[in-house]
Design a binder for this molecule. Sequence first.
Ligand code: HEC
Ligand code: HEC
Length: 458
Amino acid sequence: MKWQLFISAATTAWLFCTVSAHAERRQPTHNLEVFRAWLKANPQPRTTVPPATDVQTLGGDLFRDKNLSLNRNQACATCHSFTPPKNPVSGQPLPASGFVDPENVETGSAVSRGSVRGRFGVLNAPAVAYAAFSPQFHWDGQAAQYVGGQFWNGRAANLDEQAAEPFLNPLEMAMPSKWAVVTRLKENARYRRSFEALFDIDLNQIASYERAPASAKPPPGVIAAYDAMTRAIATFEKIRSFNRFTSKFDFYVAGMTDLTSVERFGLELFNFKALCSRCHVSEPSIAPNGSVFPPLFTDFTYENIGVPRNTSIPGNPSPSLGLGGRKDVATKSPAGNHIGKHKTMTLRNIAVTAPYGHNGVFATLEEIVHFYNTRDVLGRVASDRDPGFGVKGWPVPEVTLNVNFEEVGNLGLTPDEEAALVAFMKTLTDNYPAFGNDPNVPPGTPSPFVSTPFPPFP
Ligand code: HEC
Ligand code: HEC
């Protein structure tokens, strides 16, 4: 709610508008000169990165703790890893972590293993990086669309709600109940101390029940402890390490370095001919309080771009119905207006988070760009296993309802233009000062957006 107020009050005053979705999709102003002139006239405070709070430190421990999964073999960080994945060809570490499942990046697998051997998820793990900027899930009446939330279908309104799910998901961490999770928390002396000190919760007071089934009525304190745990994790997800704003593009936007001519051409296409920025917002903006807001490469809305089925997912799950597959959304829209729509994900760090799409059917950036360009004109192949996939044609969309034909599917891009788009997206990888070998941005250069505040979360 607060976020919505923030948006409506802010949009009129912002130099360029971001984040809020409009009925008329944004037309890029692409007016970096105006932005840079403003920056020059209003030097930004070089606030240093604040040290993690105690709650964030606790959240970090929880995020990395494998003991909170059924077989003590899986943490949040297993599928949203801090360690950069290895380049599958060279075996060298990639320049940044996208906070996805490194096994997916390294082997091309679309989905993640669960804590229970032989179980797999059904969707591709998205980045945790920058997820904290997604507004609370809501219906934007003016734009007539759903905005924000977490997961491909937005079913968690915010990060707190999101963090409650993986522990109990039988295909992920597979714990039988909140009570069982809290019993695991109790094992850890540090957690016992932190919960007492930070939340005034005495874990010792809660009876242990290692295998508590979901049907068992939890004793007092379990729900409060579980909620405190998810809150700590959500708070941790707002630290700088996940939200660095240190890509080449960020330094370019701030006027500190330049893109190559191919990258600049790619940006131009991204904003205009290829229509990408209609959904993956590429403009920086300035908030009424003068803080600078970098582009997040998403407007947090939902679309069906016609992703074909990935037949290689273990168990061959039925197609994901996305937003419209949710009971609450379906009840409000009996005509099925939102079936097949999935969240527009950020493109920050996209070069290090293969494969692509909610079901990971696209192996490379080249492939998904070719899809955007030719979905409706290349021809048909039977499935993603056809050797002609992406060459002779594309399979039918996994879900044929509500496919976006206006902005996606026949862009008329040449092969050079497709390549330029890919080159541009590679400028969105964090840690540029460390790997860029750019004298204008030497190692250690802080993000030009170091003072970007997190939006007010309810
Ligand atoms: C087994 C792998 C796995 C584990 C473990 C896991 N996740 Fe995920 N995560 C996923 C997948 C897959 C999705 C997408 C699922 C969906 O949309 O239904 C996801 C989605 C998310 C999202 C939403 C991102 C967005 O932009 O919508 C966040 C945030 C997240 N996970 C955080 C966590 C946290 C916190 C934990 C630990 C409590 C965790 N994950 C554990 C695989 C995993
Ligand atoms: C109409 C809105 C829209 C437009 C226009 C659009 N996208 Fe997307 N994009 C999305 C949505 C929605 C998804 C997730 C779709 C899914 O998986 O079902 C997505 C996913 C992606 C992904 C994969 C993200 C991931 O985490 O796996 C990439 C890469 C991407 N888009 C690049 C582009 C490029 C490049 C263009 C321009 C050629 C573009 N998009 C145009 C909405 C859009």
